[in-house]
Unconditional design. Structure first.
Length: 532
């Protein structure tokens, strides 16, 4: 039996997914919340938010993600970064998952990734959990109701948390599996309830498909000036670096908080919602995001709350430091109605430096921008991935290596071409530690970061006096109104400046060692820009 609106020729039976119990197609938010509550999947919170725990997996499982090795992608996938799965093993995994699904109820959402209609990807999400359907309805983009009558999915994603994979039989690592098959236009997810796997699977698809069309796929947030979409800024960065927080500037229009494309027409959001970290979230520092935690159908993941009052505890990370909320873009008052922007005028690369070496902001040449983009230095913050309990310095190329199917140079060259063509100014912003490394120093004051970004985006920072950083060669402002001058010189913030020098030399060496892998593929000016 089927319930809901769907293209009659595109029911699951037509895709070979048969023998299921009840199938719910394209339920809207009230019905999904109601159904999830009836099924005991979570708790109704204040304002109608939906409170849920994801169990064992409170973050992504990148070691359990695979790309099926088929002839059509063999020469295009970055296999050193993407674990291969044998096509025959995938077929067995697919058959076993379909058999496991028989007799169970499932929920279907027909959605799309990409606000630019010329480049959108139509995706069908099939989920075992009603609240996963609610989550992905927030995070992807929703067709008009009448569009569902003719909607034909290009890719299908099946998420079945109760299914446990067999490593020997299915060619995976553990009972958890995320397997992408580009040839069959199918993604299988099993053994994890963490909802972030759903949205990042779509991001991985777009990161493979769009560069083949000359479109830059970016792990970034984006906003633009009020009444001026031409004045667009993008913020690259891994989870925990401040993409969501810093792009949600009430003085600018939010295009999106995590995933975007850059085409010949400008910037466009892949998503229809936001997935914000809530640890230490406050109404004073981040009022717009905080307000969403008390709005109807916002999904609240892995937060401790009072059983009687349902009041959320934003400081209790006993379940995970990666507690989050998922909500539609329209819950942010200054969100763009179109999710479209112009060509980026400013490109900000966010890094969370646990060494306490990098300045709070630096201006980059185009060659330096490519160097830092390919390096993708940051620190994984607690909870983002399973097993990460404190910041771990890491290099994640393109500020999103786990989601990059192609080699880094494919993205780096596209970015460089677009910077050259459209004249974007590039900045490196450190939201990590100052006054010492993690454990000794303190996090960069968010007010200072916001003040520096405001000056960068309104153009006033370009008129400042700059000094050349002795470690990395980029330009650092000497003074900026509203920012303590000492903060702009990281060495001065350390009590032991010789210790800073040692730490800086260590970090420079790490950059150099990591970048050696890209030297055969890059131009001489980028090599020259590498250090100093």
């Amino acid at each position: 039996m089927t319930i809901g609106r769907v293209n009659p020729s595109q029911r699951l039976d037509d895709q070979g997914i048969t023998g299921l119990g009840q199938v719910y197609y394209n339920l809207m938010e009230p019905a999904l919340v109601e159904t999830a509550l009836k099924r005991g999947e979570g708790t109704l919170g204040n304002g109608g938010a939906f409170l849920v725990s994801t169990g064992e997996h409170t973050g992504r499982s990148p070691k359990d993600k695979f790309v099926v090795r088929t002839a059509d992608v063999e020469d295009h996938i970055w296999w050193e970064n993407n674990k291969p799965m044998d096509a025959a093993k995938f077929d067995v995994l697919h058959a076993d998952m379909l058999e496991h699904m028989k007799g169970r109820d499932y929920f279907v959402q027909d959605l799309y990734g990409g606000a630019d209609p010329e480049h959108r990807l139509d995706v069908r999400m099939v989920t075992e959990l009603a609240w996963h359907n609610l989550f992905i309805r927030h995070l992807l983009r929703r067709p008009d109701r009448e569009e569902l009558d003719t909607f034909t999915p290009e890719f299908t994603i099946i998420n079945c948390p109760s299914f446990t994979a067999d490593p020997e039989k299915h060619g995976c690592r553990s009972g958890t599996v995320i397997a992408l098959n580009f040839e069959k236009k199918l993604i299988l997810i099993g053994g994890t309830e963490y909802a972030g796997e759903n949205k990042k699977s779509v991001f991985s698809l777009l990161n493979y498909i769009l560069p083949g069309k000359g479109i830059m796929a970016m792990h970034c947030s984006a906003n633009h000036a009020v009444d001026n979409p031409v004045d667009t800024a993008v913020f690259f960065g891994l989870s925990g670096t401040g993409k969501t927080t810093l792009s949600a500037d009430p003085a600018r229009v939010l295009i999106g908080d995590d995933e975007h494309g850059w085409s010949d027409r400008g910037t466009f959001n892949f998503e229809g919602g936001c997935y914000a970290k809530t640890i230490n979230l406050s109404a004073e520092a981040e009022p717009e995001i905080y307000a969403t935690t008390n709005k109807f159908a916002t999904v609240i993941e892995n937060m401790i709350f009072d059983e009687e009052t349902k009041e959320l505890d934003f400081d209790d990370d006993s379940l995970t430091a990666n507690m989050r909320c998922a909500y539609p873009l329209e819950y942010i008052s200054n969100a763009s109605s179109s999710s479209l922007g112009g060509h980026p005028k400013n490109i900000i690369m966010l890094t969370c430096d646990a060494f306490g070496v990098l300045p709070p902001i630096a201006r980059l040449t185009p060659a330096q921008a490519m160097y830092h983009f390919l390096s993708g230095f940051t620190s994984k913050v607690a909870g983002t991935e399973k097993g990460v309990t404190e910041p771990e310095p890491t290099f994640s190329t393109c500020f999103g290596a786990p989601f990059m199917p192609r080699r880094p140079e494919a993205y780096g060259n596209l970015l460089r071409e677009k910077i050259a063509k459209h004249g974007a100014t590039c900045w490196l912003v450190n939201t990590g530690w100052t006054g010492g490394a993690y454990g000794t120093g303190s996090r960069m004051p968010i007010r200072a970061t916001r003040a520096l970004l405001t000056a960068a985006l309104d153009g006033s920072l370009n008129g400042s006096e700059f000094r050349k950083d002795p470690n990395f060669g980029f330009e650092v402002p000497v003074s900026v109104p509203g920012v303590a001058e000492v903060l702009l010189d990281p060495r001065r913030t350390w009590n032991d400046q010789e210790a800073y020098d040692q730490q800086a030399a260590k970090l420079v060496g790490m950059f150099s060692d990591n970048f050696a892998q890209y030297v055969p593929f890059i131009d001489d000016d980028v090599k020259a820009a590498a250090i100093g």
